[in-house]
Design a protein around this ligand. Structure first.
Ligand code: KMH
Ligand code: ZN
Length: 276
């Protein structure tokens, strides 16, 4: 089996310092959290950014500042901006960070309830629009799916040329409105993607560590971080994203899979080597 790629989703758009005081908002906090994750073994940083008061933003200048600050501390890490942003943002608002030509970016492949009255909207035409913009710029999408039907949508749009093959999926398990985070759900998702695809798994809240453990066993990759979960174990807040990554790396090694470096992650995902 390939080595395990660990993605750290260090900040997200919804989680706040009220949930965990270590959630980063400022450029410096975001860079420090990325560094803690990188040092612990993360080769991809899934990036949302905030203004200093914690408000989520897709502002390209703020992304540029954060990416520069992360690059200084983590020279070879893969930075994967979110194009999901926060619920309610417009398409072009969400797409701003792709102007910076990152190696990867997320491509959300369906609409779902997102807790309370929130609906995260990704219509078929929106997904096509986002997919085309990423192809134009040579950006590898991480196909983010919150339910099985979204895998089917991605497969259809891949056939039509809106997403390049082989696809790399992120299964987000346990969102209140998406597929739940039971083992059989993840097996179902993993068995539903086209041959030759790769996948990573994220589990929300208490699903995080059970889901990533199963993902490692199934030959997948893993995502951990404050965007998905702020606890290291039951009732114990993680002091940093690095602590969550450390635990993921420990589980991977215990299960006989080594952790991929950024260079190895690029090879597994078919990304160009750095500075090529
Ligand atoms: N914040 C969520 C509404 C992504 O990054 O692409 C969407 C999200 C997905 O986090
Ligand atoms: Zn995200």
């Amino acid at each position: 089996m390939d080595k395990v790629i660990i993605t750290a989703c260090i900040c997200g758009a919804e989680v706040t310092k009220e949930h965990n005081p270590a959630v980063p908002y400022t450029v410096e906090e975001i860079a420090n959290e990325a560094y803690s994750a990188y040092r612990a073994g993360a080769s991809i940083i899934h990036l949302h950014v905030r203004y200093d008061d914690g408000t989520p933003t897709q502002d390209v200048k703020r992304f540029e500042e954060c990416i520069k600050a992360i690059r200084k501390k983590c020279p070879d890490v893969i930075i994967q901006p979110s194009t999901g942003g926060a619920v309610g943002m417009t398409d072009d608002e969400r797409l701003q960070p792709i102007q910076l030509n990152p190696e990867m970016a997320t491509l959300d492949c369906g609409t779902c309830n997102f807790g309370g009255d929130d609906v995260f909207v990704n219509t078929e035409n929106q997904i096509k629009y986002f997919g085309e913009r990423m192809i134009e710029r040579g950006i590898k999408p991480e196909v983010e799916v919150f339910d099985k039907g979204m895998i089917d949508m991605a497969k259809r749009l891949c056939k039509k040329g809106y997403i390049k093959s082989p696809m790399h999926f992120d299964f987000v398990m346990g969102v209140n409105g998406g597929i739940s985070g039971e083992p059989r759900d993840l097996v179902f998702m993993a068995e539903s993607i086209p041959e030759g695809s790769t996948f990573t798994t994220a589990g929300v809240g208490r699903c995080e560590f059970p889901m990533i453990t199963l993902s490692i066993l199934l030959g997948g990759h893993v995502r951990v971080g404050f965007e998905d979960n702020v606890y290291l174990s039951k009732g114990v807040l993680a002091k940093s994203n690095g602590e969550l990554v450390e635990k993921a790396a420990r589980i991977a090694r215990e299960l006989g899979r080594e952790v991929a470096t950024p260079a190895e992650a690029r090879e597994i995902l078919g990304l160009a080597p750095l500075n090529s």
